[in-house]
Design a protein around this ligand. Structure first.
Ligand SMILES: C[S@@+](CC[C@H](N)C(=O)[O-])C[C@H]1O[C@@H](n2cnc3c(N)ncnc32)[C@H](O)[C@@H]1O
Length: 223
């Protein structure tokens, strides 16, 4: 399972199938479906049936009454997938030039989703836009968003501002730039306790060597 340039990507989620429309010819990276989004959704899909005995993620995946926000949603894959898996109070965010691609995908999948999901323009450096979302959130979702060294600090600050003290950042990750990678993990290590999901816990048909899923929680402040 790798990056595909097919204009439509179909993703089975639970009992539904998302139809994801992408435009790889656009100048905005957010109009493509990036593979870590599929890896994250299918990881959750694998463990979401909380009836599975000895499910190590049963506590994490108790989505009832939880609020979530997705950063850099692009075509909306992770947000739509997690909505279908029970994270129903979610708002999908990105920069304004990506909104047409997001809105198109929300419309195409409206029948499967049963509604038009909440979405909002959010630039990671815009404190007013962050405040307008009314944080804190129980979950911050992000996939394939670490690729520009200059924006890494803004991204980590936005994550920190948006996630609650006991909340979780769910991150689909692949190294896209060595410099951004180094800076991102330096900053995350200051703010979050970080767990990487073992590869054998990912969905076997939606996993590949370079892609990881991370579960991050705010470090507890020393009293
Ligand atoms: C590589 S794409 C990944 C898109 C989607 N998450 C996926 O996995 O398919 C990175 C996304 O981050 C968004 N992004 C980059 N810099 C941003 C910023 N400063 N504020 C908000 N979004 C940003 C881009 O617009 C783009 O949609």
């Amino acid at each position: 399972m790798k990056f595909t340039d097919s204009p439509v990507v179909e993703l089975p989620v639970g009992t539904a199938v998302l139809s994801l429309q992408q435009d790889n010819g656009s100048m905005h990276v957010g109009t493509s479906v990036w593979p870590c989004s599929l890896v994250l959704v299918k990881f959750i899909d694998r463990w979401a049936p909380l009836t599975t005995p000895e499910n190590p993620y049963s506590h994490l995946l108790d989505f009832k009454s939880k609020r979530a926000v997705e950063l850099g949603t692009g075509c909306g894959v992770a947000g739509m997938g997690l909505f279908l898996l029970g994270l129903t109070d979610i708002v999908l965010t990105d920069i304004s030039p990506v909104m047409p691609a997001l809105k198109r995908n929300l419309k195409v999948n409206k029948r499967v989703l049963g509604k038009n999901l909440k979405h909002s323009i959010l630039y990671w450096n815009n404190i007013d836009q962050i405040r307008a979302l009314n944080p804190p959130f129980d979950f911050v979702i992000a996939t394939d968003v670490v690729y520009i060294e200059e924006s890494v600090g803004l991204l980590v600050s936005a994550m920190e501002a948006l996630v609650s003290e006991n909340g979780v950042v769910l991150l689909g990750y692949q190294v896209r730039s060595p410099e951004a990678h180094k800076r991102f993990w330096e900053l995350c290590n200051e703010v979050f306790d970080i767990d990487m999901v073992p590869h054998d816990h990912l969905h076997p048909e939606y996993a590949y060597e370079e892609a990881d899923v991370y579960i991050m929680k705010k470090k507890k402040k020393e009293l």
